[in-house]
Design a protein around this ligand. Structure first.
Ligand code: GLN
Length: 275
């Protein structure tokens, strides 16, 4: 008996209607990613077999995914539970910020600039993205990671275990309970309190990973001196648009600063180094 069910192309079309009506930014891409996830196949499979039927549990899974995406405006990564970052597939959920492409530049800066065998600490590791990508691509480094959120550390630790990457985790407010280090990397919260954010971010991502006071620099102002006090002689930070000058001005005396633009041309990474 031929399996019954809606063909892939029709399932995508009806999802598109719902996602467009909800003004989701990338409706077609999202529909495809969510359907591929529900079917447990690669997205390319949808193009190869547009007439294949969507049957069984996949029907309900996909319908629920589209509801979460359109009605609740949940980010795709929380619905599928995964996000690609550098060479890794990370598990993510609402306990951690979803790793952004911009943050890959932070990893790049550290890979290029850190000396062999350096001990580096990822402050506010969230999903573990930066620390785990560093260990993956520079196994010579002694990688540590901290977060003030126990919830986030559970996610990061599980990612480390699953990926088989040797990173040491610390439950700590910034560097309050971490060992001496040579270098610090961080994508700290840097959004201004009260900033208007997309519903995906505002409703679903952890506020503690986003907001940092009136000018968004409350955490950075504490982090730089704390990192220097812990022995770090090299610091790389992800920052928000327009924050580069203010962050460079926080460098300790005698340190030199540099910036790295993201793919949109925004100064996104600040590096600080003792001369
Ligand atoms: N990049 C995030 C955003 O788009 C902010 C992340 C952060 O504060 N570190 O809002």
């Amino acid at each position: 008996m031929a399996p019954t069910g809606v063909p892939v192309r029709d399932a995508l079309d009806s999802a598109l209607v719902a996602l467009r009506a909800a003004k989701v930014g990338t409706p077609r891409l999202d529909a495809e990613v969510l359907l591929a996830h529900a079917l447990g196949v690669d997205r390319t499979q949808l193009f190869l077999e547009p007439d294949a039927p969507v049957t069984g549990a996949a029907v309900h899974t996909f319908r629920e995914a589209v509801r979460r995406r359109s009605v609740l405006r949940e980010p795709v990564a929380y619905i599928t539970g995964t996000k690609g970052f550098r060479r890794l597939d990370l598990h993510v959920d609402g306990r951690v910020l979803i790793p952004r492409p911009e943050t890959e530049h932070l990893v790049e800066a550290a890979i290029e600039q850190l000396p062999r065998g350096a001990r580096v600490l990822d402050v506010g590791t969230g999903s573990g993205a930066v620390a785990l990508a560093l260990k993956d691509e520079r196994p010579d480094l002694d990688v540590h990671a901290s977060d003030v959120s126990e919830d986030a550390l559970h996610v990061a630790y599980a990612n480390a275990q699953r990926l088989g990457l040797d990173v040491t985790f610390h439950l700590s407010d910034l560097l309050a309970r971490t060992p001496e280090v040579d270098a610090v990397v961080s994508n700290p919260p840097y959004v201004e309190d009260g900033a208007r954010l997309e519903p995906e971010i505002a409703r679903h991502e952890p506020p503690g990973a986003l907001f940092a006071g009136m000018d968004g620099l409350d955490v950075v102002r504490r982090l730089i001196p704390a990192a220097a006090a812990a022995g770090a002689r090299w610091i790389a930070l992800e920052i928000g648009q327009g924050q580069a000058a203010a962050v460079c001005a926080l460098a300790p005396g005698g340190w030199v600063t540099g910036t790295v633009p993201d793919l949109a041309g925004v100064e996104r990474i600040v590096t600080l180094r003792e001369l």
